[in-house]
Design a protein around this ligand. Structure first.
Ligand SMILES: Nc1nc(=O)c2c([nH]1)NC[C@@H]1CN(c3ccc(C(=O)N[C@@H](CCC(=O)O)C(=O)O)cc3)CN21
Ligand SMILES: CC(C)C(=O)C(=O)O
Ligand SMILES: [Mg+2]
Length: 266
């Protein structure tokens, strides 16, 4: 596989070709994901839930993220490596720069931060220092206590307009990518058209530039109730390799996500 860069993703957005992202937490998963057509690997702080067994992503530390980024980096075959900033690691600007630096030195190509316009000064500083960023809007699991649960965001006009503004302000501040989690399909489409940078979606409908899922969810390994946006790609595939390839072709050929995986405003 040729090396994927931010330039590759920008070109895909321009040409209208969809791209894919899957989480990976170790070298074996990184090899699986990157060898079967996925452009982006996310070292997600969801590892706190799916690897460590916590009931939220809040307990994950910067040291946990550095460790898993190193593991993933060794197995990666040319995908763009995106690492999550964990809870509170970007609370203060100076600390944020040092934490991002630690993830870059562990092998990340880009850092994902949860939050809206309040992160603009941080994004600008990181960009000036050569650290690319992806801003995660909508359902931000690190603030689940404030949100009152894992709920769809941007359902009313006020919160939808505020999210569109956040997206534009963060793009102006220097963000390289956006990620929208659990937002109505129509709002995700509007944001994707409003910005020039690529937008990745999860539970955000079919119209974002890219799609992301948690690897254990798409392999059907997650215990308990699974969110509406999840599809088990193992059901019709004989191997994890075939499941990843099916996810990639279903996204590229607009078969995933379907209407049953999306949310709609009233
Ligand atoms: N295995 C796993 N998959 C994920 O996608 C994921 C994690 N873990 N951990 C971190 C966050 C938490 N996520 C979640 C968890 C639950 C819902 C959920 O139950 N959503 C409801 C929406 C309810 C509403 O309508 O407001 C759903 O029905 O999907 C969504 C995202 C996404 N992330
Ligand atoms: C669900 C995705 C977008 C994420 O942030 C994670 O895996 O931590
Ligand atoms: Mg995350």
């Amino acid at each position: 596989m040729t090396q994927i860069t931010l330039h590759t993703l920008a070109a895909l957005k321009q040409s209208g070709e969809k791209f894919t992202c899957l989480t990976a937490y170790d070298a074996t998963q990184a090899n699986l994901v990157s060898s079967n057509g996925t452009e982006v690997i996310l070292i997600g702080d969801s590892l706190g839930m799916v690897c460590q067994g916590h009931s939220s992503t809040v307990p994950v530390t910067i040291d946990d993220m550095v460790y898993h980024t190193r593991c993933v980096s060794r197995g990666n075959q040319g995908a763009l490596l995106m690492a999550d900033m964990p809870f509170m690691a970007s609370a203060m600007e100076e600390q944020s720069i040092m934490n991002c630096a630690a993830l870059m030195q562990a092998g990340a190509d880009i850092i994902k931060l949860e939050g809206g316009r309040w992160l603009c000064p941080t994004v600008k500083k990181l960009s000036e220092r050569g650290i690319p960023t992806c801003l995660h809007l909508g359902l931000t699991p690190q603030t689940v206590s404030m949100l009152g649960g894992y709920k769809v965001q941007g359902k009313d006009t006020g919160s939808a307009n505020r999210m569109i503004e956040d997206a534009c302000l963060l793009e102006q501040a220097g963000a390289n990518l956006l990620l929208l989690e659990c937002v109505p399909t129509q709002l995700a489409r509007e944001i994707t058209m409003a910005v020039n940078i690529p937008v990745i979606g999860i539970g955000a409908g079919p119209d974002t530039d890219g799609q992301v899922l948690v690897i254990y969810d798409m392999l059907g390994m997650t215990a308990g109730r699974r969110p509406r946006f999840v599809k088990n790609f193992m059901t019709d595939s004989g191997s994890p390799q075939a499941a990843v390839a099916a996810f990639v072709s279903d996204v590229k050929e607009n078969r995933f996500p379907g209407p049953e995986h999306g949310f709609y405003s009233e």
